[in-house]
Every structure is written in structure tokens, then in C-alpha cells.
Design a protein around this ligand. Structure first.
Ligand code: NAD
Length: 481
């Protein structure tokens, strides 16, 4: 039996449980992760290369917080809701959240515990059964997560781990699950979506970005420079939401870049900087660096400090907008900076790529910075903070627009994303009253319904009374077919 078939045989039993029952079974995971935190952080650090403190915070602690919140929030978020339907007051409509069935989750290596967990846990809570394929670069972290889930005593087939590369992921999609949740690069996301389109299977795509940080003229430059230094280099720059582009108001451009250069130079490569995860990733950094160098735009850094460790690198100067590092995701510790003159120009430059995952705006006038934030085409925008931090708060929906994908993980939206809404429409009265519309069609019916339309368009005693009279005439006039 294939993993998708095995999952399918467990789907009905799991969906039949209440969300409270599922949450009660899954909630102890938070304690298990906390008890195993030191070993998990070591494992992630060894396997992925990121600094241990990032493994501990971005993966382990974030996973504990997510587990706690989502297992508590799920019953409320997924509860059946009544919806008023004024057009038929004699009936009761409810919207029930139904699980898709078999969910295949395919995840990347860069946040190898938290991303798989944030795909798997909401799916299980929503009543789906899940097959997880973690990245081939972080199989041990995937296996550690699976061991913790297995230890919770989930029924056979409700959660399964499948290890392997892209071909294994493609085979899981070919097996026609009921929903695919994919986190990874834009090119692979396109392939996964095309594969899903054949059946079709709904797909959530959490893809990459070239996220920007905007520094307004009134910004606290010290704060902004620190944010750029961290935002561009944490996780070795290998985060979907890392700062890849900086837009600086022309009045403070020189001052800001001087501070950024100074701060990038003070990052300790041994303690704070992760290496490229593999040679393929190193190759991407190398290409983007060579392109900037050929244009004479490497303003700071640019040296290899180890086989796969690149010094934090600033790319700036005339022509930076043509650099590969400006236009495409580097997924490394390279940040490109350009000046802008007005908020309108900042918006145009920000939105001038197909991506839209996160953005950050820095300015002392928080209202003006917030007004700018609201104009940007990005799934999450933070003011006076690096937007990557939004990911740490599982209450907030996470996801992008444009080439950065669609659908959401985290937040109520993330739970709803793993369900489909089913309307259940039932009678309130013991006997169904005569219907207002149906055969035979005639003028009396048409006029009565138009009167109802007028009452909806301009609710007022006069229009409502007219509609009530017309409906009364209709009910007495009409024989039912
Ligand atoms: P990737 O696209 O190379 O691989 C992601 C996953 O897809 C892996 O498990 C891989 O084995 C699998 N895969 C590859 N080809 C496949 C196919 N044809 N069918 C099915 N599965 C296939 O990405 P990566 O290098 O692992 O991760 C880095 C990318 O992920 C970056 O672009 C980053 O921005 C993005 N990312 C996005 C988010 C987000 O929340 N939006 C979070 C983390 C990473």
C-alpha cells in the first residue's frame, strides 16, 4: 500500500473525532518538544549548519509556541458557524469546516522543524491525515519530529513520514492526495502546482521572496541599520523572509549605508553566521556575487570566509536595480541597497518584482510609516521591526502574494486553509412554508421579488412595507406547481 493509500484508510476515523479530541491528543507535543529541546537544537545545528541559538529559537522554541497556540485555537477557529440569511428567515444555515482528507506536506530544509510542524499540526487538527516529506537535506530533523508525533499515540496511518528527494515529492503528488501544502522555491512551487492542476488538487504555496526593508528619511538609523544587519544575515540569509533589498530615502542614504557597513563587518562569522547549506546554494550566492562584482557594486564584504561561508555583503551604487541580487532571491547573506525620493517611488520599487512575502518600514513617524506599509504588496509588513519576526507569532496568518505564493499557514486563516466550507441549510419550522419563487413564473412573482430587491437596496419603512405587501399577494395568489 502506498503512503497516500494507507493515509486514506485512516482518514474517515480521524475526521470522525471532534476537534477537541484531536487537540487533546496533540497538545502534549509542546511538552515533549520542550523536554527534548537541547537534543533537537543540536540535531538541527549539526544537520543544517545554522547557529545553534537560531536552531533553538527559530525552530525549537517557535515550534513549542506554535503547538500550544494552535491546539488551543483550533476548536474555536474550526467551530461550525450559523449564518443569518434574511432572504429565508424560516430556515437556519450553518457553515461546517470539513477536512480535505489526505494532505501531502512537502517542506524545505531552512527551518527544518518549525515549517514541517506548521504544515502538519494544523492539518491534523482540522481532521486531515497527513503524509510529510521533509527536505532531503534535513531528514534527521524530519525523523525527530515524526518520532515525537508517533509517541503521542496517533491512530495508524494518521501521520506518516516519507523521506526522499524531489522525485519522491512528485510521486506523492501523483498519488492524488486531496490537498498539497508546499513550502519551497518558486520554480519547484510552479512544478508542484502544475502537477496538482492535472487532477485538480488544491494547493497551498509558501514560496520565496526578495523582501525589502524601507528606511524613511526620519528613521532611527541606528535601529534600521541593526535591523538590516540581522534581517539580511540570520539563518545565513537562508530565510524566505530575510531582507534581500533595502530602499533608503535619498536624504539618509549615505549615512545609513555607512552604519550598515560597520554593523555587517562586526558580525562574528563563527558564532552568528550560518554557511550555505550545500554547494548548489553556494553556487547561487557565487553567481549573484559575481554579477555585482562585474558591475563594480560590492560595497562591503564579498569575501569567502570558509568553504561555504560568505562574509555579509552589501551591494550598492549606480545600476543596483539591474543586479541579479536585486531582482532574484539570493537566499544568502547578500543585501542590495538603492535610494528612493518619495513614498510613491518606494512603493513602485518595492512592488517592481513579482514577489510579495514580507516587507519592513522604518520611520519615527509611525503613522506615516504605517500608511506606507499598507500600500506595499506583501503578505506581512512590520514597522520599525524586521517582518521576519511575524513568523514567530502563530496567531498571525503567514503567506505571500504574487510569485511568493498563496494560501496561508499560521493563524485562523492557516487552519481554515486546511478545510473546505460546507453549508448545511435546514428548516426551522415543522412545515415548510409555500416557496416565494419557483414555477410557474409570472408577473406577480417577478414584481414581488423586485420589491424585495428594492427593500434590500434601500432599507426604509416604505420599501420594506411595499415588499411585505407584494410578498403577501404572491403567497395568496400562487398555486404551487
Ligand atoms: P526546493 O523548492 O528546492 O525544495 C522544497 C521541497 O520540495 C523539498 O522537500 C524537495 O525535495 C521538494 N521537491 C523538489 N522538487 C519537487 C517536485 N518536482 N515535486 C514535489 N516536491 C519537490 O526549496 P528548498 O531549497 O528546500 O527551500 C528554499 C526555498 O524555500 C526558498 O526559495 C525559500 O524562500 C522557500 N521558503 C519559503 C517559505 C515560506 O514560508 N514562504 C519558508 C521557507 C522557505
Amino acid at each position: 500500500m502506498s503512503p497516500v493509500e494507507r493515509a486514506r484508510s485512516a482518514a474517515a476515523g480521524w475526521a470522525a473525532r471532534t476537534v477537541e479530541e484531536r487537540a487533546a491528543l496533540l497538545r502534549p507535543l509542546a511538552g515533549r518538544l520542550a523536554d527534548d529541546a537541547e537534543r533537537l537544537a543540536d540535531l538541527i545545528h549539526d544537520e543544517n549548519g545554522k547557529p545553534r541559538s537560531e536552531a533553538m529559537t527559530h525552530d525549537v522554541v517557535a515550534s513549542i509556541v506554535l503547538t500550544r497556540w494552535v491546539t488551543e485555537a483550533a476548536p474555536r477557529a474550526l467551530a461550525t458557524r450559523s449564518v443569518a440569511t434574511p432572504g429565508q428567515p424560516h430556515r437556519r444555515a450553518t457553515v461546517v469546516r470539513r477536512p480535505y482528507g489526505v494532505v501531502v506536506a512537502i517542506t524545505p530544509w531552512n527551518i527544518p522543524l518549525m515549517i514541517p510542524l506548521s504544515s502538519v499540526l494544523p492539518a491534523l487538527l482540522a481532521g486531515n491525515v497527513v503524509v510529510l516529506k521533509p527536505s532531503e537535506l534535513t531528514p534527521n530533523t524530519g525523523a525527530a519530529l515524526a518520532a515525537h508525533l508517533d509517541a503521542l499515540g496517533l491512530p495508524e496511518g494518521v501521520f506518516q513520514l516519507v523521506q526522499g528527494d524531489g522525485a519522491v515529492g512528485a510521486a506523492l503528488v501523483d498519488a492524488q492526495p486531496d490537498k498539497v501544502v508546499f513550502t519551497g522555491s518558486v520554480p519547484t512551487g510552479r512544478r508542484v502546482m502544475a502537477a496538482c492542476a492535472r487532477f485538480p488538487i488544491p494547493v497551498t504555496l509558501e514560496l520565496g521572496g526578495v523582501d525589502a526593508l524601507i528606511v524613511r528619511a526620519d528613521a532611527d538609523l541606528e535601529l534600521a541599520a541593526s535591523a538590516i544587519a540581522w534581517g539580511a544575515t540570520f539563518n545565513g540569509g537562508q530565510a524566505c523572509c530575510s531582507v534581500e533589498r533595502v530602499l533608503v530615502h535619498v536624504d539618509v542614504y549615505g549615512k545609513l549605508l555607512a552604519r550598515v557597513t560597520e554593523k555587517l563587518g562586526r558580525i562574528d562569522p563563527r558564532a552568528d553566521l550560518g554557511p550555505a547549506v550545500d554547494d548548489r546554494q553556494r553556487g547561487v550566492w557565487s553567481t549573484h556575487l559575481a554579477d555585482a562584482r562585474a558591475r563594480g557594486l560590492v560595497a562591503a564584504g564579498g569575501d569567502w570566509l570558509g568553504p561555504r561561508t560568505l562574509a555579509p555583503t552589501l551591494v550598492a551604487g549606480e545600476g543596483v536595480l539591474d543586479c541579479v541580487a536585486w531582482r532574484e532571491e539570493t537566499f544568502g547573506p547578500i543585501v542590495a541597497a538603492a535610494p528612493y525620493r518619495s513614498d510613491d517611488e518606494a512603493v513602485a520599487l518595492h512592488d517592481g518584482t513579482p514577489y510579495g512575502l514580507t516587507a519592513s518600514v522604518f520611520g519615527r513617524d509611525v503613522s506615516a510609516a504605517t500608511a506606507l506599509a499598507r500600500r506595499l504588496r506583501a503578505g506581512a509588513v512590520a514597522v520599525n521591526e524586521v517582518a521576519a519576526t511575524v513568523y514567530a507569532h502563530p496567531q498571525l496568518p503567514w503567506g505571500g502574494v504574487g510569485a511568493s505564493g498563496f494560501g496561508r499557514s499560521h493563524g485562523e486563516a492557516g487552519l481554515l486553509d486546511l478545510t473546505w466550507p460546507q453549508v448545511i441549510d435546514t428548516p426551522r419550522l415543522p412545515h415548510e412554508p409555500k416557496p416565494l419563487w419557483g414555477y410557474p413564473y409570472d408577473d406577480v412573482q417577478e414584481r414581488a421579488l423586485l420589491a424585495v430587491g428594492h427593500a434590500f437596496a434601500r432599507p426604509a419603512p416604505r420599501t420594506v412595507l411595499r415588499a411585505a405587501r407584494a410578498v403577501g399577494r404572491l403567497l395568496t395568489h400562487r398555486p404551487r406547481l
